[in-house]
Design a protein around this ligand. Structure first.
Ligand SMILES: NC(=O)c1ccc[n+]([C@@H]2O[C@H](COP(=O)([O-])OP(=O)(O)OC[C@H]3O[C@@H](n4cnc5c(N)ncnc54)[C@H](O)[C@@H]3O)[C@@H](O)[C@H]2O)c1
Length: 248
């Protein structure tokens, strides 16, 4: 892919799952990655495993503006201005909506909606000022077609899709592109928490045309592409990568 070598990418959720696999892939492509995750040990381990020796790990709660701003300032002071942002951090646990309460809603919204909004507000501002940047927001097919037991999470992910389109319109003339990637069910700690020892994963695999649930590496090429110069003429798009589970 063109234009990735030396690109500075801020990536959230890099301590685990899809975020970790993406950090490793971007480093392999020659990017300099700043890993923002509240799991400091996991983020550091990812940074150490990244090719090139230039990745940096930061303990950041993505919904805490001061922490995001401090980490960004540190990353840019050490490595230079940010070229790309991959918002990958997320969280959910299954619950029927009518059994949930306000405290649960607030936690889910804080991580899956408020956090990405804060990341944009802090990181994308510099891109708009500099006149170039690429953003990839990892949403979910839950935000396109719904997912039982994930009502509030689905609302957040649908919100991220709409937000991505709106920001793509607002920032097109500033040279910043934004696209959303929607994974389907994927073998990560988040999904393990969702299946909780049941055979839901096998049942889903039978419903997926490509006959398996995803693995983190299924998404890294698409994210790298969306951050590359090959995607320069794409903005405001929503791409499902889900083995054909959804075709919308
Ligand atoms: N696994 C799936 O089936 C699936 C399906 C669709 C979409 N997704 C989305 O993919 C993304 C990655 O999920 P995953 O499955 O790799 O999960 P994961 O649990 O393996 O990793 C999530 C990471 O986000 C970090 N994180 C959570 N809250 C944070 C916060 N407030 N601040 C900073 N970091 C925080 C965690 O520490 C963790 O490292 C998420 O946005 C998730 O919603 C996952």
């Amino acid at each position: 892919m063109r234009g990735l070598i030396g690109k500075r990418i801020v990536l959230t959720g890099g301590a685990s799952g899809i975020g970790r696999a993406t950090a490793l892939r971007l480093a392999d492509e020659g990017c300099v990655v700043g890993i923002f995750d509240m799991n400091e040990a996991g983020a550091k381990e990812t940074a150490e495993r990244c090719a090139g020796g230039k990745a940096m790990a930061f303990k950041v709660d993505i919904a805490d503006r001061a922490q995001v701003a401090t980490a960004l300032e540190h990353f840019e002071r050490e490595r230079g201005p940010t070229d790309g942002l991959a918002n990958i951090a997320g969280w959910d646990t299954p619950a029927a909506f009518l059994d949930t309460d306000d405290a649960f809603w607030e936690k889910v919204i804080r991580i899956n909606l408020h956090g990405p909004l804060t990341m944009h507000h802090v990181v994308v501002r510099g891109m708009a000022q500099r006149g170039s940047g690429r953003v990839v927001n990892v949403a979910s097919d839950a935000g396109r077609v719904g997912s039982s037991g994930e009502a509030v999470y689905s609302a957040c992910k649908g919100g991220i899709i709409a937000f991505t389109k709106t920001m793509a319109r607002e920032l097109a003339r500033k040279g910043v592109t934004l696209n959303a990637l929607c994974p389907g069910p994927t073998d990560t700690p988040l999904f393990e928490n969702f299946t909780n020892g049941t055979n839901l994963g096998d049942a889903l695999a039978r419903a997926i045309p490509l006959r398996r649930i995803g693995v983190p590496d299924d998404y890294t090429g698409t994210i790298a592409f969306l951050l590359s110069d090959d995607a320069a003429y794409m903005t405001g798009q929503t791409i499902s990568v889900s083995g054909g589970l959804t075709m919308v």
